[in-house]
Every structure is written in C-alpha cells, then in structure tokens.
Design a binder for this molecule. Sequence first.
Ligand SMILES: Nc1ncnc2c1ncn2[C@@H]1O[C@H](COP(=O)(O)OP(=O)(O)O)[C@@H](O)[C@H]1O
Ligand SMILES: [Mg+2]
Length: 249
Amino acid sequence: MYLSLENISKTFIGERHTVQALTEISFGVAKGEFVSLIGQSGSGKSTLCNLIAGLITPDSGEIRLNGQRINGQAGHVGYMPQRDLLMPWRTVLQNVTLGAEIRRQPTKAAYARALELLPLFGLAGFADAFPNALSGGMRQRAALLRTFLLERPVLLLDEPFGALDALTRREMQRWLISVWEHLQPTVLFITHDVREAALLSDRVLVLSPRPGRLVADVPIALTRPRREEDESFVRLQTTLLRALAASAA
Ligand SMILES: Nc1ncnc2c1ncn2[C@@H]1O[C@H](COP(=O)(O)OP(=O)(O)O)[C@@H](O)[C@H]1O
Ligand SMILES: [Mg+2]
C-alpha cells in the first residue's frame, strides 16, 4: 500500500480531561485510489488527518508513505484542513501559490503552474481577484488548488464541502471527480456525508463514534459518473448507513 496506517492510537491528555480519540486504526490506500473516511462528528476524523499530516504524533503505531515511516513528519502530504481559509488580503494567485512561497521556490514557475491550472479549477480570469469577490464554491476550489499545488503524492481533504449549500456541493463533487480523473492523485477524503462518500470513492472506511475504530472497509465497484437513482447506488448507501448505525449502537 502506498499510504499505510498500522495500529494507530491517539489519546489527548489535558489538565482536566483525557480524551481517547482513536484506537488501533489500520488501513492502506493504494496509489491513485480515492478513499473516503466517514464517521460522525467527534469520531476522530480530523485527528486522523493531523496524524497523517504529521502535525501530531500517534501514541503508538506506524504511518508509512511509500514504505517510509512518516510519524510526526509534516510536509509529506498535501493537507486541506477542515477550516482552510484563504487570506483575504491576497489575490487568488497569491493564495494558491502560498506553498511555493513558504518553500522559497521561484515565484515565476509557481505562478505559471497555477495559471495553467486555474481553468481546470473553474477560476479562469480570477487570478487577480480577492477572496471576497468569489462565491463559496470558488473559494473552496481555490483552497483545493492551493492544496494541489503543494505537488504532494497524497491529498488529504477534511470535509472540504461541508460548509456549502446542497446545489453547490453537488457541483463541486462532480467537479472533484473530473479533476481526480484528470490528475490521478491519491486521495483520502473526509466526510460525514454517506451520499458524498458513495458518489466519489473507490472505497469507504467507516469510523465508529469516539474512540474511533475502523468498523468497515467497503469497496465500491460502481462505474462513474454514479447515478443516485440506480438501485445499486441506493443499496450501497444503505450498507454504509447500516455500518455507521451499527458502530454507534
Ligand atoms: N488537541 C486536542 N486536545 C484535546 N482533545 C482533542 C484535540 N483534538 C481533538 N480532540 C478531541 O478528540 C475527539 C475527536 O475530534 P476530531 O478528530 O476533531 O473529530 P471529527 O473530526 O471526527 O469531528 C473529540 O472529542 C475532540 O474534542
Ligand atoms: Mg473534523
């Protein structure tokens, strides 16, 4: 497996409370695979992202990327945190090339690559616009482009469409799949929306309520684009909902 987690556990120890967030999580993601992780709020999804992104370290277990142990090491994956905000004082172009700037890479090359990808991200003509001039969907696409431009082998997207209205969200889901088909990144997509996971993924991992454990690993054989009215799609959603409900019981 390209990205692999083996027996990952994490407990937060505070002055007053101790929170066991994740217990013995093991799974792998193949290169180019689109895997979703679903679980209710508080089940440890963002914690798992922070662990894979190396922002926090697991209490036990191993996280490997392409065979290399990356526990506690930041910078290996492209991470779009749940509350990823664009900087309002920077243009779209300046926002999406932030990664290159932080790594002190040549601005010219970073701008050229960003300008090349703006149309694919539905932002053609908006390079010099400021975030407040963009719609919610456009802002999320800009944040996604910034994550893509980190040019990391794995994309970790934590509920990227959570704050969007239903119609925009649907458009963004279709769009994300077209980008994924085009660029073939390895994606770990976090959501609490079963329908979204079923629409997008090659596989869905189901996390139990806290402390999060993996309770199901559901491969999806349906071809894309998926049709929600198809019986097979409805069955898949039912399977996922049942796995979630069983884990909460
Ligand atoms: N830095 C932290 N310190 C203490 N508790 C935390 C910290 N981060 C997360 N938690 C707790 O861990 C649990 C899982 O949180 P989180 O990973 O954000 O869940 P999710 O993203 O699935 O909603 C929650 O109970 C949360 O309060
Ligand atoms: Mg979260």
